[in-house]
Design a protein around this ligand. Structure first.
Ligand code: SF4
Length: 308
C-alpha cells in the first residue's frame, strides 16, 4: 500500500520532469553537479574528482534492512548503490565501491527496471546511495520508471558535499532527503575528505532540502514518506565536530530527524591516521547524544539508558 503520491509523479505528468532532466544533463558539459565544481566535460568522456563519466555505474541493488526503521518498515528500503563518489573520505566503509570503482556500467532503462523490481518486492522506498555525481542519469531513470508504474518515494542518500544549485533543480522530485553531515569544522574535512569548505556547502544545501520537504513525516504505519533525515557519524576525539553539527541541525528545526551514528570503525586508509585507528567509545558517543537532547532535538537517536 502506498499512502501518498510522490512528487516526481506530478512533474512527470506535467512534463516538467523532462525539462529538469535536460537542464541536469546540460550541467555535465562543464560539471558542477557537486560542490567540487570540476568543470570537466563528462559528455565527452572527461572525468573529474568523482572519476565518473556519463555512463551510469551501479555497484549493487536490493532490499536493505540496516537503514533507519522509518525507511526499513517491514519489507526493507530499496537501495541502489552507485559506484564512485564525489567526497572520497579516506575512512569510507564502502571503500571498494567509492574509491576503487567496483561496479558495473549500466543505463537509465536498466536502473528503472531495478526500481520496479524493488517496488514489486515490497520495498517502501527507492534509496539511492551516493547519488550526487549521477544526478541527471538517476532523474532520467526515475522518469522512465514513473512511466512504467513506479509509485514509491525516492530517498536521496547523499554525502552532504552538494552544490545547492543542483539541489534546487531537484525541488519536487525528491521526497526524502537523507544527507550526511560529516564535519562541523574545516580542518578534519580537509584532512580526511579533501573538502575544507564541506560544512559551508553542506549547510547551504541542507537548508534548501529542508525548505523543499520540511521535517520528516511518516504515514499511519510509521514509514517515512516525505521530509529531511540527517545522519551524523560520531568520530573518535570529536573529529566530526558534533557540537557545531548538532547546533546547525537544531537551528533548522528541533523536529529534525537526526540519526547520530556510533558505528565508525577504521576502514579504507584510516589505519594511516593514528587518531582514526579506533572506534569512538561510548562516552564520546553519548556526549553527542546528550548535547542533541539539550539542544531540543528528540527524533532519530538512541537515548542514554541509566541502570539504577
Ligand atoms: S560530480 Fe562533482 S566531483 Fe564529479 S565531476 Fe562533477 S563536480 Fe566534479
Amino acid at each position: 500500500m502506498v499512502a501518498f503520491k510522490p512528487g516526481y509523479l506530478r512533474l512527470y505528468e506535467t512534463r516538467e520532469l523532462e525539462e529538469k532532466i535536460e537542464q541536469l544533463f546540460g550541467i555535465l558539459e562543464s560539471c558542477e553537479l557537486c560542490a567540487r565544481k570540476c568543470k570537466v566535460n563528462r559528455l565527452e568522456g572527461e572525468k573529474g574528482y568523482c572519476k565518473s563519466g556519463k555512463e551510469l555505474t551501479v555497484s549493487s541493488y536490493g532490499p536493505h534492512f540496516g537503514e533507519e526503521p522509518e525507511l526499513v518498515g517491514t519489507h526493507g528500503s530499496g537501495t541502489i548503490f552507485l559506484t564512485n563518489c564525489n567526497l572520497l573520505c579516506i575512512y569510507c566503509q564502502n571503500y571498494e565501491i567509492s574509491h576503487l570503482g567496483e561496479g558495473r556500467i549500466t543505463d537509465e532503462a536498466e536502473v528503472a527496471e531495478y526500481m520496479l523490481q524493488l517496488q514489486y518486492t515490497g520495498c517502501h522506498n527507492i534509496n539511492f546511495v551516493t547519488p550526487t555525481h549521477f544526478t541527471p542519469q538517476l532523474i532520467k531513470a526515475i522518469s522512465i520508471a514513473a512511466g512504467k508504474g513506479l509509485r514509491l518515494p525516492i530517498v536521496w542518500n547523499c554525502g552532504g558535499y552538494e552544490n545547492v544549485e543542483t539541489i534546487k533543480l531537484l525541488d519536487g522530485v525528491i521526497d526524502i532527503y537523507m544527507p550526511d553531515i560529516k564535519y562541523g569544522t574545516s580542518e578534519p574535512a580537509k584532512k580526511y575528505s579533501n573538502s575544507p569548505d564541506y560544512f559551508d556547502m553542506c549547510k547551504e544545501a541542507i537548508k534548501e532540502m529542508h525548505r523543499q520537504v520540511g521535517d520528516l513525516k511518516v504515514d499511519e504505519r510509521g514509514i517515512a514518506c516525505r521530509g529531511l533525515l540527517v545522519r551524523h557519524l560520531v568520530l573518535p576525539d570529536d573529529l566530526a565536530g558534533s557540537e557545531e553539527v548538532l547546533e546547525f541541525i537544531a537551528s533548522l528545526s528541533r523536529n529534525t530527524y537526526v540519526n547520530i551514528m556510533d558505528q565508525y570503525r577504521p576502514c579504507g586508509e584510516a589505519h594511516k591516521y593514528k587518531e582514526l585507528s579506533r572506534r569512538p567509545n561510548s562516552s564520546e558517543y553519548f556526549k553527542a547524544v546528550d548535547l542533541a537532547r539539550k539542544l531540543g532535538l528528540h527524533r532519530g537517536f538512541r537515548v542514554r539508558t541509566l541502570l539504577l
